[in-house]
Design a protein around this ligand. Structure first.
Ligand code: AMP
Ligand code: GLY
Length: 421
């Protein structure tokens, strides 16, 4: 089989490595891929957002199955174009991808169908939003751009001044472009966060093993928000009792709601949850696999990924038995010095003996046989083991054997999970 994977980060590398485990898989094309993916797939220099070019390439190569991994092409309708050209895909169509593409849509969906989430208000102009903030008595308060904003569209304002500044930069200065034409202002929630990725064909939903992201740049959750500096799976805070509640109060109601809206969701639906004192609530939906969560979840998947993806596409997910290993996984992200702010690229990466771990490439490129840094998040170093503490030890053991100038990584990935009592 000839496969195509849209995207070029650590998540896509993890997906490609997993798809490779199926013996029926021949060529895999990655659009655009990266320096490490180039060792597992054929990288083609077509950007993940160039959806017409992706369709033309897929048609020309007679691709048997495509996986569209990142949010932007999904929200732009890449799956619709590919399916129209007769190429079966894993991923939601444009109508369903709106669950991530518009926070106003997802908040209104949750309200309409009684799915627990933070209280909120929607604003279409800056003056009304500022007026609301001025008259409100609770802080912090959360300001969110409606549309996609490279993961930066959420501001937790500790003061009214910060909230007003956030509203002005999103709505007046349009720092995220059209994504800021509307905003959501919502209640600040507290509690442990859990990421749950799920497979769904629109009727059946199968949650994958839970995970925990580490979003801040520095140890002990200090520093700026990033795309994610590491992850562990499973997430110990996500107990069996909470799993049951989430299935009944959140997961099933969400896919039913999407179906009722004529937006049946097929693909990976990601639930960003907060376990509040009043029960689990949805912080965000993503219409795709999370990054770096995928780099800890897929290594624990025992069932063939391609078969699951095909069943999702065909609407026969209920026929498949999906199994995860009972072990744990830890992924430590090695980033460029300075990330998530300005950083330099082009540093040569030297890998020592890292055989205890799998190295997923994110921001790398291959040049004259050398691997060079080429982005903020550079590598995801994942290890699996029967226990979380062993997985953490193995992952950091491998990290210590990887050298590039300015390398930055957190030293406490998994610490909060180990503290769970
Ligand atoms: P997002 O960009 O939607 O992934 O949100 C980024 C992060 O902001 C989340 O992972 C949470 O840690 C935090 N966040 C978002 N909404 C809220 C909220 N209502 N209350 C507290 N934290 C939030
Ligand atoms: N790790 C969070 C995300 O993929 O959006």
């Amino acid at each position: 089989m000839k496969l195509l994977v849209v995207g070029g980060g650590g998540r896509e590398h993890a997906i490609i490595k997993k798809l490779r485990e199926n013996k029926a898989v021949g060529e895999i094309y990655a659009l655009p891929g990266n320096g490490g993916i180039a060792l597992d797939a054929v990288c083609v220099p077509i950007g993940a957002n160039e959806i017409e070019k992706i369709r033309d390439f897929a048609a020309e190569k007679k691709i048997d199955f495509a996986v569209v991994a990142p949010d932007d092409p999904l929200v732009l309708g890449c799956v619709d174009l590919l399916e129209e050209a007769g190429i079966p895909c894993f991923g939601p169509n444009k109508a369903a991808a709106i669950i991530e593409g518009s926070k106003v849509f997802s908040k209104n969906l949750m309200k309409k169908y009684g799915i627990p989430t933070a209280e909120y208000n929607v604003f279409e102009n800056a003056e009304d939003a500022i007026g609301f903030v001025e008259s409100s008595n609770t802080l912090p308060i959360v300001v969110k751009a409606d549309g996609l904003a490279l993961g930066k569209g959420v501001i937790i304002a500790e003061t009214k001044r910060e909230a007003v500044d956030a509203i002005r930069s999103i709505m007046t200065d349009r720092i995220f472009g059209e994504s800021g034409s509307r905003i959501v202002i919502e209640e600040y929630l507290t509690g442990p966060e859990v990421s749950v990725l799920s497979f769904t064909d629109g009727k059946t939903i199968v949650p994958m093993v839970s995970s925990m992201d580490h979003k801040r740049a520095l140890d002990n959750d200090k520093g700026l928000n990033t795309g994610g500096m590491g992850a562990v799976a499973p997430n110990p805070y996500y107990t069996e009792e909470i799993q049951k509640r989430c299935m009944n109060e959140i997961f099933l109601p969400t896919i039913k709601a999407m179906d009722s809206e004529g937006r049946s969701f097929k693909g990976c639906l990601y639930f960003g949850l907060m376990l509040t004192e009043k029960g689990p609530k949805v912080i965000e939906y993503n219409c795709r696999f999370g990054d770096p969560e995928t780099q800890v979840v897929l290594p624990l998947l025992k069932t063939d990924l391609l078969s699951i993806m095909q069943a999702v596409h065909d609407g026969r997910l209920s026929d498949i038995h999906i199994e995860f290993s009972g072990g744990s996984a830890c992924c430590v992200i090695m980033a460029s010095g300075g990330y998530p702010q300005a950083y330099e690229k082009g540093k040569e990466i030297t890998l020592g003996d890292t055989q205890d771990a799998v190295i997923y490439h994110a921001g790398t490129r291959l040049e004259n046989g050398k691997i060079l840094t080429n982005g903020g998040r550079v590598l995801g170093v994942t290890a699996t083991a029967p226990t979380l503490s062993e997985a953490i030890g193995k992952a950091y053991g491998a990290v210590s054997k990887i050298i590039f100038e300015g390398a930055h990584f957190r030293r406490d990935i998994g610490k909060r999970a180990l503290q769970y009592k």
